[in-house]
Ligand binder design. Structure first.
Ligand code: UDP
Length: 313
């Protein structure tokens, strides 16, 4: 198979590049490195089945090779980064999705959109099934991400209905693991880096808000299953085990053997109070459920950050 992965040097994208290279596919990675890292793909650069195109996917792109799949993962996905770059975030969600759908249509390829639990906003239904329409502030700080992903889904289904493109939509809940950027501001990367450096652990608000954390290997298995089935509706992929942020802080301090203390900072605007995937659809359609326990995944992630931080110093 020939596969184009936009955002292929990002955290999830680079895991997908590795996965498809191992399956002997031709992988075309499109990335402009705005929030991703060449480190994530440098081991693939000499592989003849791997092609890197340095390009901003919100601008048109013409591909020579035939393609079987277009996987659109390019996005500024962490709140810290998308709040700093709202226009680029909107462009990759809107124009980037449009360009990727155009490529898929031209090539007769199938299309997979990396969507997000953020489309549920600050949910009033808990846990969140795919049928829930969400509670999103259309003009708030997070709207550049939430609304562009909601529009990306709408574009995807417009191409499905009007041009009969075969589509998959995965709504990704908080995912973590090796390959994350140490400075992307997400809760797991922040807490681990802070714990390893003995710095205060920055809990926003009182830490009573919750998230449900999925280890990257589980997510990749879910995506692998999704591209194998003929199922066009959105599918939640995430780990349903829910933790309060303050609980997570304490777990990470313990696992990292850290002496860090907790420091409370103001909560960001529109920070969702709870988030937990309802994975009934994934269980039924994909026969998928996450297997990696938080502790196991965190230990691997702590090791990754330890190697990364201390090899730079
Ligand atoms: N958070 C925190 N401290 C940090 C970073 C994040 O308490 O240093 C909280 C944040 O307020 C949110 C949760 O952790 O409630 C998850 O934040 P993240 O940026 O990882 O992603 P989100 O799930 O909000 O998209």
């Amino acid at each position: 198979m020939n596969i184009l992965i936009s955002g292929g040097a990002g955290f999830i994208g680079s895991w997908l590049c590795d996965f498809f290279i191992k399956k002997n596919c031709l992988v075309i990675c499109v990335d402009n490195f705005i929030t991703s890292s060449k480190d994530n793909i440098k081991h693939l650069l000499k592989n003849s089945k791997f092609k890197l195109i340095e390009h901003d996917i919100s601008k048109p792109l013409f591909i020579d090779q035939p393609l079987d799949w277009v996987l659109h993962f390019a996005s500024i996905a962490s709140p810290k980064n998308y709040i700093a770059e709202p226009i680029k975030t909107l462009k990759s969600g809107l124009l980037g999705t449009h360009n990727c759908l155009g490529i898929a249509r031209n090539k007769g390829a199938k299309f997979l959109l990396a969507s997000t639990s953020e489309i549920y906003g600050d949910p009033q239904v808990h846990p969140q099934p795919e049928s829930y329409w969400g509670n999103v502030n259309p003009i708030g700080l997070r709207s550049c991400y939430d609304e562009s992903k909601r529009a990306a889904e709408a574009l995807t289904y417009a191409y499905y209905r009007q041009h009969k493109v075969s589509v998959r939509v995965v709504r990704i809940f908080n995912t973590y693991g090796p390959g994350m950027q140490p400075d992307d501001g997400r809760v797991i990367s922040n807490f681990i880096v802070q714990a390893l450096q003995g710095k205060p652990i920055t809990v926003y608000g009182e830490g009573k808000q919750s998230r449900s954390f999925c280890y990257i290997e589980d997510l990749i298995k879910g995506i692998e299953k999704l591209i194998k089935v003929e199922y066009y509706l959105p599918v939640n992929l995430g780990n349903p085990r829910e933790y309060k942020i303050i609980e997570l802080a304490k777990i990470i301090i313990k696992l990292a053997n850290s002496s860090s203390k907790i420091k409370y900072l103001p909560l960001m605007e529109d920070d969702p109070k709870r988030r937990q995937p309802d994975i009934t659809v994934a269980k039924k359609i994909l026969n998928w459920k996450p297997k990696v326990e938080l502790k196991t995944g965190l230990l691997k992630t702590i090791k990754y950050f330890k190697d990364k931080i201390f090899s730079c110093e």
